[in-house]
Design a protein around this ligand. Structure first.
Ligand code: HEC
Length: 121
């Protein structure tokens, strides 16, 4: 004799649980914390003033103070093309010859700060 709970299809509502997880994930990603498990608590909203200091250290040589120095790759209007989250992702994984400055010398919070500054050009 088979108990009702052991019949196929009578298990827990797995699909519902997954749907909730997927619904929550974009919000987590938007906060910029999805790629750094465990770093959630450390990340604050972008500090553009700190980002500017880092930009002037590591980005200005190529992109210029207003973002227009690289012919064909102006980032002055970057805000119109990508949001701060995408900009952070780019800084973390840029296309050569742009150098990869994450995770060193810049950590996740530094990247968020630089993105906040560059979004304000
Ligand atoms: C050695 C020179 C160099 C440095 C330093 C550099 N970049 Fe770049 N960056 C480039 C080049 C070259 C590209 C274009 C890459 C491509 O798409 O072929 C680029 C592309 C970009 C883009 C994308 C532009 C687009 O059109 O989508 C962003 C945003 C950007 N850089 C931001 C930064 C920031 C912020 C920093 C400092 C943390 C930085 N870059 C440092 C050379 C540099």
């Amino acid at each position: 004799m088979v108990a009702p709970a052991e019949k196929p299809g009578a298990g827990p509502p797995t699909v519902v649980i997954m749907a909730v997880t997927d619904a929550v994930r974009p919000a987590v990603r938007h906060a910029g914390i999805a790629s750094e498990p465990g770093a959630q608590a450390a990340l604050k909203p972008g500090d553009a003033a700190h980002g500017k200091a880092l930009y002037l250290q590591s980005c200005v040589a190529c992109h210029g103070a207003d973002g227009t120095a690289l012919a064909g790759h102006s980032i002055k209007d970057i805000k119109a093309r990508i949001d701060a989250m995408q900009l952070s992702a780019w800084i973390k994984t840029p296309k050569p010859p742009m150098p990869k400055l994450f995770p060193s010398p810049y950590g996740a919070q530094d990247v968020v700060d630089i993105a906040a500054y560059a979004e304000g050009f």
